[in-house]
Design a protein around this ligand. Structure first.
Ligand code: TAP
Length: 442
């Protein structure tokens, strides 16, 4: 992107670089501070807001290009630089429309995901006739765009029409993201990431900048691939995610994992659990979102090193949508130098749970919920899960019986082979390590 901007500036020639450099300095400083300060668990909202800025940039460039050519005929006949024709007008409009949808959709996604506003926006908000509203806005944007390309040449009419297109596209972004609930937000953020790339690519065509076309296309394609991976990990179609309504209300106590919904929960204290781990030879650790919240990555690596010192084989089972971002767990564990060959993807390790000695689930919930296999009424039904329920013994570290992101009861906690170790993941892991250290010394 920096190369694209620089080459465009060189081509323009007569630019006051003081303003450009001041803008770059301010923008880069804000970006650097945000990126350094952000918690790993707040990455989705940071990515959302960055996508929004990308969309806003494309929208503004599109509008300024339009301001430069308005009054010179229909958009399919105007010249931008040395190129003219239908393609130029079309890409200019795409830059405005996709940029505006990305901008407003991403701002709403940011508001939904950030803790401060989550209580107001976090749920899926289902407007009556929402599909009709979305379809109406889309049709209006398309109709006006066609008119701008083929009929409107009067500067007043075409300026008014372009502003209507931009405004309707902004409303469209809101309308698309509004019905989407908490659990589906990361998918939408990834999709908006892809849109921001497409908008940049369209801007690249309008500006005749090959670097912008290529970098935008790379962002667009990788965002789409990520979206696809997430949908596959949750066994949902993209259409199903976009129609929305999932992950909203969890008012039903029995479905929401209220403590009273459990009948056979057995808890274990750290000392008793450490005794079982001491004699284990094959341990599989399942990290989840709670490990990231607790910042327990070093504690889990330390615990694993004690197990290995006592002669156990330790592997980590990584579910494709554990945590809140693709690769969230891999990045988290890499931070504490967990060797990459100890990390196994779901398909590689799922048949080994049956034969290992112990499974330790740390802050994971939905990704180990057997209801996904057995309960056709569960919102998780059909999502591929890690088969920890098949292990001889499962220990689960979490603070309470609260549900995970999907807001549903976890049938694992009621199984005979499951023991809960209630507490903060980091604290419990550190305490377990102390016991294993003593055992090793003895
Ligand atoms: P979740 O199901 O969200 O469960 C996390 C658990 O961590 C909670 O039940 C919570 O229980 C526990 N926890 C929180 N803070 C803790 C702490 N300090 N110490 C110990 N435990 C703590 O996590 P998961 O199993 O990783 O599943 C991920 C969810 O996100 C799935 O529903 C998935 O579909 C969704 N999602 C993920 C992605 C990607 S790409 N990763 C994308 C879209 C959706 P307590 O409050 O009782 O401690």
């Amino acid at each position: 992107m920096a190369i694209a901007v620089a080459s465009q500036l060189v081509e323009l020639g007569t630019v006051d670089y003081r303003y450009i450099l001041a803008g770059v300095a301010v923008g880069a400083s804000i970006g650097a501070v945000l990126a350094v300060k952000v918690e790993m668990t707040a990455m989705p909202q940071l990515v959302a807001i960055f996508n929004g800025f990308g969309g806003a940039a494309s929208l503004l460039v599109g509008l300024s290009l339009f301001a430069g050519v308005q009054g010179r005929g229909t958009l399919s006949s105007v010249m931008i630089g040395s190129t003219s024709g239908l393609g130029t007008g079309l890409t200019l409009l795409l830059s405005i429309v996709i940029g505006a949808v990305t901008f407003s959709g991403s701002i709403l996604a940011y508001l939904k995901l950030s803790d401060r506003y989550g209580s107001i926006f976090g749920k899926s908000i289902l407007l009556p006739q929402r599909h009709l509203i979305t379809l109406g806005l889309l049709s209006f944007v398309l109709a006006l765009s066609v008119a701008l390309l083929t009929f409107f040449s009067n500067p007043v009419v075409s300026t008014f029409a372009v502003l209507c297109v931009a405004l309707s596209a902004l409303l469209l972004g809101f309308a698309v993201v509004l019905p989407i609930g908490g659990a589906d937000m990361p998918v939408v953020v990834s999709l908006l990431n892809s849109y921001s790339g497409l908008a940049a690519s369209a801007t690249g065509f309008a500006l005749n900048s090959p670097v912008l076309i290529v970098s935008g296309a790379l962002v667009g394609a990788s965002g789409l691939i990520l979206t696809q991976i997430m949908c596959k990990g949750m066994n949902r179609s993209l259409a199903n995610v976009m129609i929305g309504g999932f992950g909203g209300d969890t008012a039903d106590a029995s479905a929401s994992g209220d403590a009273t919904a459990y009948v056979n929960v057995k808890s274990s204290d750290v000392e008793e659990s450490a005794l079982t781990f001491e004699s284990a030879r094959d341990v599989i650790i399942v990290p989840g979102y709670g490990l990231a919240v607790a910042q327990g990555q070093s504690a889990v690596a330390e615990f694993a090193s004690h197990l290995k010192a006592l002669g156990a084989r330790v592997r980590y089972a990584i579910h494709p949508v554990a945590g809140r971002m693709p690769g969230h767990m891999n990045v988290l564990l890499a931070e504490s130098n967990v060797p990459y060959d100890e990390l196994f993807e779901m398909d590689e390790i799922n048949s080994d749970f049956r034969s290992c000695d112990i499974v330790l689930v740390v802050g994971a919930n939905d990704v180990v919920n057997p209801a996904a296999k057995t309960d056709s009424t569960s919102p998780l039904f059909g999502m591929p899960i890690l088969n920890v329920d098949q292990a001889p013994i499962v220990y689960v570290i979490k603070r309470s019986l609260s549900p995970g992101f999907a807001g549903v009861k976890n049938d694992l906690f009621d199984l005979d082979n499951c023991r809960m170790i209630f507490g903060d993941a980091k604290k419990v892991l550190e305490e377990l390590s102390v016991y294993l250290d003593v055992a090793k010394a003895a």
